[in-house]
Design a protein around this ligand. Structure first.
Ligand code: URP
Ligand code: ZN
Ligand code: ZN
Length: 466
């Protein structure tokens, strides 16, 4: 007999609905929704005064990823536990193809990293670092294995960068197969020249990471990616979009009918480039690519979220400890590993900055943090909503609770990294109890189940996952 849970008396909010009801969970799925449900349940969760929302979906994380001469500090165990504490119940992480090797081997390697460790469900995008013509059939195989999106890089020459020929070839095959391209759109070749100039002029401090990455080079990358996708016939998703100029290119592409969407991340909404002026080497905590932008860009991105030009909010969670990892670049900004933590903070930040501060509606909050990613990346309607038959990935969210984020506070920081990107932020709205496929994983703030996360085979573009 399946175990059952009744979530009673909450305000159920999805991307389109908002009503008071009980939600009955039996086994792994939602079995019934209604007023004053008369059902037997092994456990009743009182959700009076709380929101009952779909578990968050973060479509952009880097767990246990070798990068920048080290490895991201959260693995699939710690990263998924932190995500669950923050109300996220599905991650889409990135498997990385080693240049010259099979993407299928990369997928096996990432399965080995995650299997048995993850506390919430996960999928993979495939990072393509080369795609010789002979290798193209691998992409169809990946699709059949449930990896229905790719990430390619115009940034990081010599590491993850691929040229426009590889972009076109991969885009074309992705389009033919009914899969999607995710693009890190920044002109890395030009940026590397600017970085060289800065280094030769004697600049070494973290702020030079930002000063060498003009927003115009992001906009150029977005423009080029859209043009290539348009010609190749591939659905496109721009990752971690950070600037007004880049957003304008997305708007233009969409206006002329190109299938392009874009995500942004909380760091580009909540921070400005004054973070690089912090004393000593502190600015290294914010060394990520794209860089944090000057004041003004943040309001433009919020507007993009509000008006629909930006489709989703991901974290690009790629944590490196300040001690021992960020410090690799203490004498040279080029050697600071790129990336920052955030998987635990996304839902609360977006609720606070979006709903409490009245920039977006409650429905849009759910859409941006869960439903949109589910639809874009082949997880809907199994995930991304609360409906009969959907996975019971559910968050009982307290919209009134206020807390301050501190890396030293075990109640607000479970990521395995020695600082918080949002240290000292006072936030209203916290995940209280979190269910992953019908199991309570976080119960009123405490982890009660670990290790039950499963790989999800995602559907292709425009297909439903049942
Ligand atoms: O700085 C970042 N964003 N690190 C992770 C890799 C990437 O570009 O997404
Ligand atoms: Zn990237
Ligand atoms: Zn990333």
């Amino acid at each position: 007999m399946d175990s059952s849970i009744l979530i009673k008396g909450g305000r159920v909010v999805t991307a389109v609905d908002d009503y008071h009801a009980d939600v009955w969970v039996r086994g792994e799925a939602v079995a019934a929704i209604g007023r004053d449900l008369d059902v037997r349940a092994d456990r009743v969760i009182d959700a009076t005064g709380k929101l009952v929302i779909p578990g968050g979906i973060d479509p952009h994380t880097h767990l246990d990823m070798p990068f920048g001469g080290t490895t991201s500090a959260d693995d699939f165990e710690s990263g998924t536990i932190a995500a669950a504490h923050g109300g996220t119940t599905t991650l889409i992480d990135f498997a990385v193809q080693t240049k010259g090797e099979s993407t299928l081997a990369a997928l096996d390697a990432w399965h080995a990293k995650a299997e048995g460790k993850a506390t919430i469900d996960y999928g993979f995008h495939m990072i393509v670092t080369d795609m010789a013509k002979e290798r193209l059939p691998e992409m169809t195989r990946l699709r059949d294995l449930g990896v229905t999106s790719y990430k390619l890089f115009m940034a990081y020459p010599g590491v993850l960068y691929v040229d426009d020929g590889v972009l076109y070839r991969t885009f074309r095959k992705a389009g033919e197969d009914g899969t999607r391209i995710c693009m890190h759109a920044e002109n890395g070749i030009v940026i590397d020249e600017i970085v060289r100039e800065a280094y030769e002029a004697g600049h070494r401090e973290p702020r030079w990471h930002a000063l060498t990455r003009p927003t115009r080079m992001e906009a150029e990358g977005v423009h080029r990616a859209i043009a290539i996708a348009e010609v190749a016939g591939a659905p496109l998703y721009i990752v971690h979009l950070s600037s007004r100029e880049a957003l304008e290119q997305v708007r233009l592409g969409r206006a002329r009918g190109v299938d392009v969407q874009a995500e942004t991340c909380p760091q580009y909404l909540f921070l400005d480039d004054s973070v690089y002026e912090r004393p000593g080497f502190e600015g290294a905590k914010f060394v990520m690519t794209p860089a944090i932008r000057p004041p003004g860009h943040q309001a433009a991105l919020w507007q993009g979220l509000r008006f629909g030009d930006l489709a989703a909010v991901a974290t690009d969670h790629c944590p490196f400890c300040f001690a021992g990892q960020k410090e690799l670049g203490a004498e040279d900004f080029r050697k600071i590993p790129n990336g920052a933590p955030g998987v635990e903070n996304r839902m609360s930040l977006m609720f606070h900055g979006g709903v409490v501060e009245k920039r977006i509606s409650l429905n849009r909050f759910v859409e941006l943090t869960s439903t949109a990613a589910a639809k874009t990346f082949g997880l809907f309607p199994k995930k991304g909503t609360i409906a009969v038959g959907s996975d019971a990935d559910i968050v009982v969210f307290d919209p009134d609770r206020r807390r301050t984020i501190r890396a030293s506070d075990p109640a607000t920081h479970h990521m395995r990294v020695d600082y918080s990107t949002y240290e000292g932020f006072e936030i209203q709205g916290w995940s209280e109890t979190v269910l992953s496929r019908g199991k309570v994983v976080v119960d009123r703030g405490s982890l009660v189940t670990r290790g039950g996360g499963r790989f999800v085979r995602r559907a292709g573009v425009g297909e439903l996952l049942r």
